[in-house]
Design a protein around this ligand. Structure first.
Ligand SMILES: Nc1ncnc2c1ncn2[C@@H]1O[C@H](COP(=O)(O)OP(=O)(O)OP(=O)(O)O)[C@@H](O)[C@H]1O
Length: 773
């Protein structure tokens, strides 16, 4: 459909009009904000003037408290209001650049008038606050824009479906208030806009996609019925984008009930967390709780252990094939990823209800006050039917009261007076005033009070230990699981060897990644865990990398939470976790909705056509129709020329205008080697597990840190058959699909067999070109 100059002029006039209205609103808000700011400053200055302070009688104290509270609330309300205006102003500032991106003309059945609906990042009303000049993209009516072509259409209003007809669907590219592009389309969202969105250079910050959300992605964003939403999507199909717009949608839809703290997003690594941090603020929403599962586990496990990261586990798998313990470790990983292992833990906890629970002595100044045997005796004297967690609560109460007795005895001992001198000034004064209040001999009292103060302070640590259930020897109990449960049914053949290996790691206070979630789960079974009851929505990106055990544990931790799992089985890079992953089609899950995305938007058509030949899965992969050069394979007779080849490709890509060029390696070992060689020649950044952000330029990183991220061009420095074997298929596929515009694979004479699976006309081959230079 063609758009004429008249349409263009009319649309620009409307943009100008809306911009003027935005500016008017902005001015009004600014003056309101300035007034409020002055009020807040004044209120802070004169806070105490309006508070009646009288502490003579208990009644007066209560009245004073009420008065302070009232004044504080008044101030907080003003500050909140000021903050809200600030947020509104931020949105208006963004709207001034591009007030909207879409328009649909919709005639509701039974109405005479066609309504022109303009859709942008936020709603904007006219000056009478009556008509919408712009509709928020998340408003129910805006779903028309994403879900329908021209013709019959409907959307869900409060209680019913509104039916009608769309007679026009128009898309705008507006930059700094100027109309740069205008397309009418009969399709859902036209190709032109997508071409424009995807044709840009890659960025260090992810962009929002609200202007070009596709119908399938819109389903993910707006799905509200299911408790569990499973999204399997091929590389670059917009899973992360949909997840973030979904959060923005839910925050809008449930703005009365949902705060940023009620939503948690698990992402694969800190670099990725940094990469997506701007999407929600750009849409006018605050960032929700974002963390990695590793961080979450480390926090729960505490400081007693070093916890291996999934990346360290991965590096082990990829580089330690020759170590003696390798096979045992692999089967340990496999088994500990399963629900069988969870069952084993559950059975073991059941056994501990009857016997064998390990405790720690409660000691004070080198002397055992309450022995572990006494604690055990008390524990097992309680009714067997009570769960261990509830029993621990009872034991803790008992210990606190026992402690009180010891505290009383301790006060009279000689050592106490020596410690009195070490009391800080505040504690000393407190004790002194307390003594003064007692109606007896001041001198005698002072010593008594000071003694008590010293002992109370020193017993404080013990009380805290009991409060934290630190009288239970969780680590020893877990370790004993591996020495008392030998040769069980359903355990792997080499269970004994696995047990020895686990005990060895444990004795060094080290938890492998495969043990981390099981240990925390076990800990929770004994002393209770931090169930996240306030969390309403949990989104897990790269969900293909979680094991069945980890999922079961997450469900246990988030009992009242709706979950969205997004991932790609093709990119499951961790060993043995995929078998029972809920993303695998056919895996039984109750009350769930499954959405599959098959179109890949990130890479050019040429890259997708090449990579889909060796994609590990069986599902269809459809390329988005964006043109680029075919991927290049550079075969070297002398592999030591690899750096030269990388540098030549880098120069060519810079010349093409690429700003983010990544050399993606298989392992950290390879990354370090390549980085060392390259940094002698050009500025280059190495990305490690601790990297929280990166700038544009030339970077080197292992594939598992590139998960979820994209680059203008990707160079794979060693795609030889000696480096990538069949078991590395998902790694190789993940590395290749990070490229938006260009992909180069360098190999020795024998490229990995995945490349041979691709048709020869899907890539360019250069042989010995570099060597000729
Ligand atoms: N509807 C869309 N409009 C514009 N851009 C889109 C759209 N969908 C996806 N993209 C772009 O495609 C790229 C890939 O998206 P995203 O990272 O969300 O995909 P993904 O499925 O999470 O990828 P992967 O699994 O490979 O990490 C991003 O640049 C994103 O902005």
């Amino acid at each position: 459909m063609s758009v004429g100059p008249k349409d263009r002029m009319e649309e620009q006039e409307r943009i100008d009009y809306v911009l003027k209205e935005i500016e008017r609103k902005e001015t009004a808000l600014y003056s309101k904000a300035t007034g409020l700011k002055e009020d807040v400053i004044e209120l802070r200055k004169t806070f105490w003037d309006d508070v009646t302070v009288n502490l003579d009688e208990p009644d007066d104290v209560i009245e004073t408290q009420a008065s302070i509270k009232q004044q504080a609330e008044f101030l907080a309300e003003k500050e909140r209001f000021h903050g809200k205006i600030g947020d509104e102003l931020k949105v208006l500032k963004r709207m001034k650049k591009s007030p909207y991106f879409g328009r649909i003309d919709f005639k509701e059945h039974g109405e005479d008038q066609v309504e022109k609906l303009y859709i942008g990042i936020s709603s904007f009303l006219d000056r009478q606050d009556e008509d919408f000049l712009v509709y928020d993209w998340r408003a129910p009516i805006s779903s028309l824009y994403y879900d329908y072509a021209l013709g019959n259409a409907s959307y869900n209003a409060v209680n019913s479906a509104i039916e009608g007809e769309i007679s026009l669907k128009r898309q705008f590219i507006i930059r700094d208030g100027i109309l740069k592009g205008l397309f009418d389309t009969g399709l859902t969202i036209g190709d032109e806009m997508l071409q424009e969105a995807l044709g840009h250079n890659a960025s260090t910050d992810m962009k929002n996609i609200v202007a070009t959300i596709q119908k399938e992605q819109n389903r993910i964003i707006r799905e509200e019925r299911s408790k569990l939403l499973l999204v399997q999507g091929v590389a670059g199909s917009g899973k992360t984008s949909a997840a973030l717009q979904r959060i923005a949608y839910l925050m809008y839809r449930y703005r009365e009930e949902l705060n940023p703290e009620n939503v948690v997003l698990f992402s694969p690594n800190p670099l990725f967390t940094g990469y997506i941090r701007n999407v929600l603020p750009e849409l006018g929403e605050a960032n929700v709780r974002q963390t990695t599962f590793l961080e979450y586990l480390r926090e729960g496990i505490g400081e007693g252990f070093t916890v291996e990261s999934p990346f360290e586990q991965m590096e082990y798998v990829l580089t330690k094939e020759n170590s003696d313990a390798y096979q045992t470790r692999l089967s340990s990983m496999e088994y500990k990823a399963t629900l069988d292992f969870k069952k084993l833990i559950d059975n073991y906890v059941e056994k501990l209800r009857i016997e064998g629970m390990q405790f720690k002595n409660i000691s004070f100044r080198g002397e055992i006050l309450i022995s572990k045997e006494e604690i055990s005796e008390y524990f097992y004297s309680l009714d067997e039917a009570i769960t261990p967690v509830n029993k621990m609560e009872i034991v803790a109460k008992w210990l606190q009261s026992e402690l009180k007795q010891y505290q009383r005895l301790e006060v009279k001992k000689d050592w106490v007076m020596e410690k009195v001198e070490l009391l800080d000034k505040e504690a000393y004064l407190k004790a002194y005033y307390e003594a003064q209040k007692l109606d007896e001999d001041m001198f005698v009292n002072e010593e008594k009070v000071l003694r008590k103060a010293v002992v109370r302070k020193m017993f404080g640590t013990l009380r805290k230990q009991i409060e934290d259930f630190d009288f239970v020897h969780v680590a020893k109990n877990f370790r004993l699981l591996f020495s008392t449960t030998r040769e069980l049914e359903n355990t792997p053949n080499n269970w004994n060897a696995i047990c020895e290996q686990t005990i060895h790691d444990f004795s060094n206070n080290h938890l492998t990644w495969e043990d981390a979630a099981p240990y925390l789960y076990f800990k929770g079974k004994l002393i209770g865990d931090k169930q996240e009851r306030a969390v309403r929505q949990l989104l897990i990106d790269e969900a293909q990398d979680y094991s069945s055990f980890q999922f079961a544990f997450i469900r246990h931790l988030f009992p009242y939470t709706r979950m969205t799992l997004l991932g790609d089985i093709n990119q499951a890079i961790y060993v043995n976790v995929t078998k029972e992953n809920p993303l695998v089609p056919g895996i039984q899950e109750s009350e769930h909705e499954r959405i599959t995305l098959t179109k890949s938007y990130r890479p050019t058509k040429q890259i997708t056509e090449f990579t889909k030949a060796f994609a590990p899965g069986v599902e269809e992969i459809e390329a988005f129709n964006r043109d680029g050069a075919k991927p290049t394979l550079i075969r070297l007779t002398d592999p030591s020329h690899s750096s030269l080849a990388i540098l030549a490709e880098r120069s060519a890509y810079l010349e093409k205008g690429h700003e983010m060029i990544a050399v993606i390696c298989k392992t950290v070992q390879e990354t370090e080697r390549v980085y060392k060689e390259l940094k002698e020649a050009v500025p280059v950044t190495q990305i490690t597990e601790e990297t929280y952000g990166f700038s544009k330029g030339f970077i080197v990183l292992p594939v598992y840190l590139a998960k979820g991220i994209e680059f203008d061009a990707v160079i794979i420095p060693d795609g030889s058959s000696s480096n990538y074997k069949e078991k590395d298929r998902t790694l190789f596929y993940t590395a290749c699909t990070r490229a938006m515009h260009d992909l180069t694979i360098i190999s020795g004479e024998e490229p990995c067999h995945f490349i041979k699976e691709a048709k020869v006309d899907t890539y360019e081959m250069l042989e010995d070109e570099i060597e000729k230079i």
